[in-house]
Write a protein that binds this ligand. Structure first.
Ligand code: KIV
Length: 272
C-alpha cells in the first residue's frame, strides 16, 4: 500500500508546511535529467531536488564546487519538463550567492526564469542572511541547508558528522531559527546527530528534511543514484540502498556485449 498523500495534486511550499502540521512525512529525492525525473515524479515524490550533487553524480567531479549556474539551469530545465506533481527545488551553485546578495538575487532569478524551477536552496546560516533576504524579497521561495554543507568542504576538511560539539550545535540551532525567521520555507539538515536534528525539527514550524539526521525530522532526502545502488563505492551509514543497479546494469551490459559478439542479437524478430 502506498503512503503517498492523495490530497496534493501539486506540491507547493504551502502543502509542505501543512504536511508538517499534519505529521505527514515529506519524501524528497534528487534528479538531474528528464527520464529520471519523470519516474521519480510519477512515483509520488513530494520534492525533487536538482542538487549540485550533479557535479559528482553526473559530471564526475570530486566536489560540488565546479558546477556552474548555466549547468544547474540545464539540469533544472530538463527536470521541469518531466514534472506533474513534485515541487522542484534547485541548488544555487557555489560562488553564485556567498558574500554577494545582488549576485545571489540575479542567480536565483535566472534559475526561476530560465529553468522554471519552483524554489532555490542555499547552504549556510547567518553568514548568507543578506543573500537569503534579497532572494525572498523577490518572491522566490528559499530552502535552507545546515550541518554538513558540501560547498564548504575545504573549510571542514572532511565529510564527517557535523555539530557533535556543543558550540557548533548551538550555532546550528541559532541559525535554524534565524533561517525560519527570515522566511525560508524548509530546512535541510545534513549529517548531524539524530538528537540535535529532532530538537531542531520540534522547535521549528517549517519542515526539516534530513539526510543522515535520523528519524526525528519531518522528511528525508537521498541522492537518487545512491539509493538505487548506482554509485556502489559510496556507502555511508545513513544510506539505504533500494536496488543494486550497479550490478544489475553491469550484468545487462555484459549480456548485450556477449549477444552482439556472438551474433545472437539481433534475431529474426528484431529486424525489418
Ligand atoms: O546536492 C544535493 O544532492 C544535496 C542533498 C544531499 C541534500 O544538497
Amino acid at each position: 500500500m502506498s503512503a503517498v498523500s492523495k490530497e496534493y495534486k501539486r506540491v507547493t511550499v504551502k502543502s509542505l508546511v501543512e504536511m508538517k502540521a499534519h505529521k505527514e512525512k515529506i519524501a524528497m529525492l534528487t534528479a538531474y535529467d528528464f527520464t529520471m525525473a519523470k519516474i521519480v515524479d510519477r512515483s509520488g515524490i513530494d520534492i525533487i531536488l536538482v542538487g549540485d550533487s550533479a557535479s559528482n553524480v553526473m559530471a564526475g567531479h570530486e566536489t560540488t564546487l565546479p558546477i556552474t549556474l548555466d549547468q544547474m539551469i540545464y539540469h533544472a530545465s530538463s527536470v521541469i519538463r518531466a514534472i506533474d506533481r513534485a515541487l522542484v527545488v534547485v541548488d544555487l551553485p557555489f560562488g553564485s550567492y556567498q558574500g554577494n546578495s545582488k549576485g545571489a538575487l540575479n542567480a536565483a532569478i535566472r534559475i526561476m526564469k530560465e529553468s522554471g524551477g519552483h524554489a532555490v536552496k542555499l547552504e549556510g546560516g547567518s553568514e548568507i542572511k543578506d543573500s537569503i533576504s534579497r532572494i525572498l524579497s523577490a518572491g522566490i521561495p528559499v530552502m535552507a541547508h545546515l550541518g554538513l554543507t558540501p560547498q564548504s568542504i575545504y573549510k571542514f576538511g572532511t565529510y564527517t558528522v557535523r555539530a557533535k560539539e556543543k558550540e557548533e550545535a548551538e550555532k546550528l540551532k541559532k541559525d535554524a531559527l534565524l533561517l525560519q525567521d527570515l522566511g525560508c520555507f524548509a530546512l535541510v539538515l545534513e549529517k548531524v546527530p539524530a538528537k540535535l536534528a529532532k530538537e531542531v525539527a520540534s522547535t521549528l514550524s517549517i519542515p526539516v528534511i534530513g539526510i543522515g539526521a535520523g528519524s526525528g525530522v519531518d522528511g528525508q532526502v537521498l541522492v537518487t543514484h545512491d539509493m538505487l545502488g548506482m554509485t556502489h563505492e559510496f556507502h555511508p551509514r545513513f544510506l539505504r540502498r533500494y536496488l543494486d543497479l550497479y550490478t544489475e546494469m553491469s550484468q545487462a551490459f555484459e549480456q548485450y556485449i556477449d549477444d552482439v559478439k556472438s551474433g545472437d542479437f539481433p534475431n529474426e524478430k528484431e529486424q525489418y
